[in-house]
Design a protein. Structure first.
Length: 620
């Protein structure tokens, strides 16, 4: 019995003998109480069916994956009930695609990966989602619980990898627990400050009873008393896994909890804003989270009439010609403002850790997450008011308490003059022709003029994408997808895949650097196989330019930063899409759009010459 105690993963309770058919079982469930249920040893059903039923009840339309034997029941069950299973060429791409679905649809994005290396390949993408506050569910296969630590195929301790980077990391201990664990996991991912949740599904809770019984319970006649005891224990263990497995359970989503500002906090913020002569709003991605409708938030901003800088998913919330929208000279504007409202914006490296505010400026911060709300507040800045609540809901409340607030005309005119001057500088730099190839600014400005209101932009790169941020304007909310504060390269293929499936009517462009393209170039095979027409514009300057801009002048060497003017379009063409090398700008961009509208993914390989536009920029 000491030996049996070592193999059992949970506290052992004596079970009655199980015979074929329906039998009563008494054992401990994952919550530690006695469970009385039945085992149908003849049922062909499997745990993957329960997973699929929960996902469908939560509005999941797509499951992104790279297949593996540990998760096959989940994939087959999802396909059977109409959830589209989209297989990718790398697990990170599957998670990035699920992330994009979450950001664009307001519903949980779901990816499934096999055990071991499938799980480890997904870690970076999950961390990226955590820092971008994207709710997603990562389902992972795992070795059977009895076989953990015993040399099973692809068995590693998976939960410790994800506990630091997920809101929750859970393992399902019995088939009957699949439904409640998944409902709780999805509610956790979507509620409060959204983020990823990891759920491990051991192989013995996913496959049918007869398969698990054969693999774990043993089929050979045991020898000796010890062998008989071991086999008896294993059979009882398998029976416990399936006790009560198919009893009816509630599948619908659990209620979500979203923190909100108190009436007193709204009143204090209203007073500060009404007294300000030079107010400024900085909006981050968090303002686009449910439940506040995007249209309601946009109306609130227009009613307030305060100058806005938009970041992350908030780009495009105001139309490009809005008098309230500003994109340039943010550092100068922050120095001159007497009130700054950080609506989901965080004082990390993007705001120089809070060192950009002018002396005496009142800073009001609102964020769902307390840690992000007060980031670096004890070092470089101090909020006049810090509100742990939903930023969008606060802005709507302010517009109702301060209808038609506006701000002094002189303040807006000063900001607009600086904005106009910077636009002139950019156009002047775009007019400079390099000695060879294309000016990146000229190329991106040409692209901006061609974009339709339905265009969705995926940003995956360093120097080229940073240049695009100053020259290409999203036309609608959630029309700009970038990695977020983790700065992960390689999001392009997955983000575009999820975006196009979510918004089939949109024209989806991936703005690739030639370095970042290497992470997901193979996903053009995925685009072709799943008939997902997207357009990739590769800024090919034959190097890791954002790194070399800093490394070379500071350290005297560009080692490791060199690439080549490779024929990336030829690779894409070989995978079944349409490719073209760019030297006729507008004509080729229009041709790419036409080809995409015919249903084909396209890659435009734009060869770039040197540019001083981002001279002196740093990458850390």
């Amino acid at each position: 019995w000491r030996t049996l105690g070592q193999v059992t993963p949970v506290g052992w309770r004596t079970l009655g003998q199980v015979t074929p058919g329906m039998e009563n079982i008494g054992t401990g469930d994952t919550r530690g109480g006695e469970y009385q249920g039945q085992v149908d040893t003849t049922s062909p059903r499997h745990g993957g069916e329960l997973v699929a039923e929960v996902l469908r009840a939560h509005g999941v339309q797509f499951l992104f994956t790279l297949p593996g034997g540990h998760i096959s029941p989940v994939l087959v069950a999802c396909e059977k009930i109409g959830i589209r299973v989209v297989d990718t060429r790398h697990e990170a791409t599957a998670v990035f695609a699920a992330d994009a679905v979450s950001r664009l649809s307001g519903r949980i994005g779901v990816a499934a990966v096999t055990a071991g290396p499938g799980v480890t390949n997904a870690v970076t993408a999950v961390k990226n989602a955590q820092m971008a506050e994207s709710p997603l569910l990562l389902l992972a296969g795992a070795a059977a619980r009895l076989q953990k630590g015993r040399g099973a195929l692809q068995d590693i301790p998976q939960l410790p990898l994800f506990r630091p980077i997920c809101k929750s990391a859970l393992s399902v201990a019995a088939v009957r627990d699949i439904v409640p664990v998944l409902r709780r996991a999805i509610a956790t991912a979507m509620g409060g400050t959204p983020g990823p949740v990891f759920v491990e599904l051991p192989i013995d809770v996913l496959y049918p009873f007869h398969v698990v019984q054969k693999e774990l319970g043993g089929s050979q006649t045991p020898r000796g008393l010890r062998g008989k005891l071991v086999q008896w224990y294993l059979r009882q263990y398998v029976a416990d896994l399936f006790a009560g497995a198919w009893e009816p359970r509630e599948l619908q989503p659990l209620p979500l909890s979203v923190p909100r500002a108190t009436p007193k906090e709204i009143q204090l913020c209203s007073e500060l804003l009404s007294r300000a002569r030079r107010p400024l709003l900085l909006l981050g991605s968090q303002t686009l989270l449910p439940p506040t409708p995007t249209e309601e938030l946009r109306s609130a901003l227009q009613s307030l009439g305060v100058p806005c800088y938009l970041g992350g998913a908030a780009r495009g919330l105001l139309p490009p010609d809005s008098p309230l929208l500003f994109r340039h000279n943010r550092r100068r504007a922050l120095r001159e403002a007497d009130l700054v409202l950080l609506a989901g914006a965080v004082c990390d490296f993007r705001l120089s850790y809070g060192r950009l505010f002018g002396r005496g400026a009142a800073v009001v911060a609102v964020n769902r997450d307390r840690e992000q709300l007060l980031r670096n507040a004890d070092v470089f800045w101090k909020p006049r008011l810090a509100v742990q609540g939903d930023p969008a809901a606060l802005l709507v409340a302010l517009s109702r308490s301060l209808p038609g607030l506006g701000c002094p005309r002189e303040w807006r005119e000063r900001l607009r003059e600086a904005e106009t001057e910077r636009e002139r500088e950019i156009r002047a730099m775009a007019a400079v022709s390099p000695q060879c190839h294309l000016n990146p600014l000229s190329l991106l400005l040409a692209l901006d003029r061609l974009l339709s209101p339905q265009t969705l932009l995926v940003a995956d790169g360093g120097d080229f994408v940073a240049t695009a941020a100053y020259s290409v304007r999203p036309r609608q909310p959630r029309a700009w997808l970038d990695p977020g504060p983790f700065g992960t390269l390689g999001v392009g293929g997955g983000f575009a895949l999820g975006a196009k499936l979510c918004r089939p009517e949109a024209e989806v462009w991936i703005l690739y650097g030639d370095g970042s393209l290497g992470f997901s170039l193979m996903e053009f095979d995925t685009f072709v196989r799943h008939k997902v027409p997207v357009i990739a514009l590769v800024g090919n300057d034959a190097g890791w330019t954002q790194i070399s801009r800093e490394q070379l002048p500071l350290l005297g060497s560009a080692v490791g930063c060199g690439l080549a003017y490779s024929d990336y379009h030829a690779v894409a063409t070989a995978l079944g899409d349409t490719g073209d090398s760019e030297d006729r700008v507008v004509a080729v961009l229009r041709a790419a759009m036409a080809e995409c509208h015919r249903g084909h993914p396209v890659l435009v390989n734009a060869l770039l010459g040197p540019s001083d536009f981002r001279q002196g920029s740093v990458s850390v």
